[in-house]
Design a protein around this ligand. Structure first.
Ligand SMILES: [Zn+2]
Length: 460
């Protein structure tokens, strides 16, 4: 592979490093060579170092690239916003639509998802098993430059909605083939994980089989996970204290396991996660919009207090509806303050850690990304402070978490490559893509017969 051009972010207004000392460097420069961070220091000290390309950083706040730990990228872009607020759980429709997606549709909605993710600063995301045609989407991952954790969604039990269902051994074989085919592609930017849907829809044999594969291939496993009094009572009828302790009894917990959503866990479940090093991906906007009761069921402060690594997720364009991790970290920071009536809950710095270093650690990539330190992969976001929402600027983390959103992302760098350059990406023609996906959405709804009133207010 040809050497990549070197890059220098020169004299940035602030660099929020998320390094071990959590330094926020003023008037700082970052050197990038061969895809990695070669140096971070005061601009004056690095003034003599040149690079193939120099980006003037005077108006930028630079942060590590963001990670999104639970982001279904497949079906929903084609039909975003179709579910009225009073529709109840949309899951039946969700899987019906998703199963009906063609390869061409999925490729287009993936491109659209990638545009939205990258332009709001996400450099790495977990697609929890929604991509059915990874071959068709590989070019999109390659062209966009993003990092992606992929897997095939498998289940072998009854589900209240139509999931991909196989026998347990076939599900394990499919997962094995998927990992062998995909893990490490695109210079390591594609990672393949085991993705059983949930403990309720998968047998113990299936779960144990795919966990063994994740261990053998030194990769990870994610599954949907919830608890709460009713779930615990259901599991207790079958001899387990809770969903989490059931998973522990199967050997399903561990540092390479990411439980998604994780609402309603009790102290014993949190202890089980902490003692096994199990990580979590929580979707604060989905929880709030879906009326999941964060006040009663949200345990993010307790998970963090026990040292559990937590990433944030945006779930899906029909759950949180947006893919903007900056809005998700805003929600994470504010919803616990309100729920607990305690302003000390989830400080802005903690929220930012969830979308950077802590989130990267949760996803097993904390040694490579998540902070701005020499030797790490060069994944960076440059926020444009020449916008009203960034005024006035005294504390860049408060401004980022409470004032701004992903729309002030100016430039994004992944693996040392500039993938969003002055608000523009160059891997797809956006207006053409937008009209194509709109048309696909109309056809998908007609084909599947999924229909809701378009609005509670009249269209005229
Ligand atoms: Zn999900």
């Amino acid at each position: 592979m040809a050497a990549m051009p070197s890059l220098k972010i020169d004299n940035a207004r602030f660099v929020v490093t998320v390094d071990p000392q959590r330094r926020i460097m003023r008037d700082a420069s970052i050197l990038i060579d061969n895809g990695r961070i070669a140096g971070v220091g005061k601009a004056a000290e690095l003034a003599g170092v040149s690079a193939d390309r120099v980006i003037d950083g005077r108006n930028f706040v630079v942060t590590p690239g963001f990670v999104n730990g639970h982001m279904h990228i497949s079906y929903a872009h084609a039909v975003r916003g179709i579910f009225p607020d009073d529709a109840g759980s949309p899951l039946n429709y969700v899987f019906k639509l998703q199963l009906a997606m063609t390869e061409e549709e999925e490729h287009a909605t993936t491109l659209l998802g990638l545009v939205e993710l990258l332009k709001s600063g996400t450099v790495c995301f977990v697609d929890p098993g929604s991509t059915k045609f990874p071959d068709a989407c590989l070019q999109a991952y390659e062209d966009s430059g993003i990092r992606v954790m992929l897997g095939e969604c498998v289940s072998d039990g009854d589900a209240p909605f139509p999931l991909p269902r196989y026998g347990a051994s076939e599900a394990v074989d499919r997962t094995s083939a998927f990992i062998k085919k995909w893990h490490g592609r695109l210079n390591g930017r594609v990672r393949a994980w085991a993705m059983p849907f949930s403990p309720e829809t998968c047998s113990a044999d299936l779960l144990r089989g795919v966990k063994r594969l994740a261990d053998e291939h030194r990769t990870s496993l994610t599954l949907h996970h919830g608890s709460g009094a009713k779930a615990r009572a259901d599991y207790q009828k079958q001899g387990a204290a809770s969903p989490t302790q059931y998973l522990e009894s199967l050997g399903l917990l561990g540092p390479n396991v990411v439980l998604a959503h994780v609402l309603g866990v009790d102290d014993a479940e949190i202890d089980a996660m902490a003692r096994t090093g199990t990580a979590a991906a929580m979707c604060p906007v989905t929880a709030a919009k879906g009326a999941r009761g964060v006040g009663e069921h949200g345990r993010l402060p307790e998970l963090l207090a026990k040292g559990v690594k937590v990433a944030l997720g945006c779930d899906s364009p029909n759950n949180s509806n947006h893919l903007d991790i900056v809005r998700a970290l805003n929600m994470a920071a504010i919803q616990y303050k309100d729920a607990r009536q305690d302003m000390k809950q989830i400080p802005a710095e903690t929220a930012l850690e969830l979308a950077t270093l802590t989130g990267a650690q949760a996803l097993g990539v904390g040694d490579d990304i998540g902070s701005i330190e020499p030797g790490k992969k060069a994944d960076l976001v440059l926020f444009d402070t020449q916008r009203p929402e960034w005024q006035t600027l005294f504390n860049p983390i408060n401004n980022l978490v409470y004032n701004a959103d992903g729309r002030s992302v100016h430039t994004v760098i992944v693996d040392g490559r500039v993938v969003v350059d002055a608000y523009r990406q160059s891997f797809v023609d956006e207006p053409k893509l937008f009209s194509r996906v709109q048309e696909m959405g109309e056809k998908l709804l007609a084909r599947t017969g999924v229909s809701f009133p378009r609005s509670r207010w009249p269209f005229v």
